[in-house]
Design a protein around this ligand. Structure first.
Ligand code: SF4
Length: 256
């Protein structure tokens, strides 16, 4: 991994009118580099720490200000894993705050709290991706230790930091849409029986006042071509997008 200086960072790209990464229309900065390996990652070209465009906080802030009147929501730091460049993330948020710009951080929560606490303190909103409700699946298939994720959520609760939870519904990986005999559940009760991890996750969420929203996002394959372009094996090629019913039942578990 590179040595990062406080005011210099490496980004993959920016999106000037983002509408899916936090409230309102937002300027989204996709950081370069991520230590994890989610099988559905939409930006596999943003994973390497030895690539990316070198930018300073000043350069980026100038561009953010240029689009400010169109981006009423503010700025979102996404990636890659923005908290893997925590000093740069902190400096960028501080620079935005000098102009009263709302800052959200989109993170997997996989980085240890001690390394990211200052960024969490400074951010206005955390978009926290829960990779899997099964900690073994999260570790083996995503490389994310969800103990770090839950500790981050505990910390957000302690300091009353607003959190939006995000969770991608992937049949066979993060949700079970068939029982062990390959039979599709015939009703909600059967679906619940084979998704006890999700039920536990939903119960856990209810204990946190800092959670303002839980978003369940259907898995899709829009990033698959990028894996192919990079010559990488796309593990989820045979996985189907979740049915409307699976999404509805999953949302019912979350109390939606
Ligand atoms: S944490 Fe985000 S950037 Fe990193 S592998 Fe997962 S989806 Fe991709």
């Amino acid at each position: 991994m590179r040595e990062f200086e406080l005011s210099i960072g490496y980004i993959h790209s920016v999106e000037k009118f983002g509408t899916v990464d936090g409230p309102g229309i937002r300027y989204v900065v996709f950081f370069q580099g991520c230590p994890f390996h989610c099988p559905y990652c939409h930006n596999p070209d943003a994973l390497s720490f030895s690539k990316g465009k070198r930018v300073t906080v000043d350069e980026l802030t100038d561009d953010i200000l240029r689009y400010r009147k169109y981006t009423s929501g503010g700025v979102t730091l996404s990636g890659g894993e923005p908290l893997a460049q925590s000093d740069f993330a902190l400096a960028l948020i501080q620079a935005c705050h000098q102009h009263d710009i709302h800052c959200a951080v989109d993170t997997s929560g996989g980085i240890k709290l001690d390394q990211i606490r200052a960024v969490i303190d400074e951010a206005d909103l955390i978009l926290l991706d829960i990779k899997s409700f099964d900690e073994n699946v999260a570790l083996e298939r995503f490389g994310v230790d969800t103990q770090n994720t839950w500790k981050l959520l505990d910390y957000c609760e302690d300091i009353k930091k607003p959190v939006h939870i995000r969770h991608v519904i992937v049949p066979g990986l993060t949700v079970q849409s068939m029982n062990s005999d390959g039979v599709v559940p015939k009703d909600y009760e059967e679906f619940r029986k084979i998704n006890s991890n999700m039920i536990e996750g939903a119960e856990r969420f209810r204990k946190y006042n800092c959670i303002a929203k839980v978003e369940l996002l259907p898995f899709h394959k829009m990033g698959e071509y990028k894996w192919e372009e990079l010559g990488l094996h796309y593990d989820l090629a045979a996985v189907e997008e979740p049915s409307e019913q699976v999404l509805r039942w999953s949302r019912t578990i979350m109390g939606q």
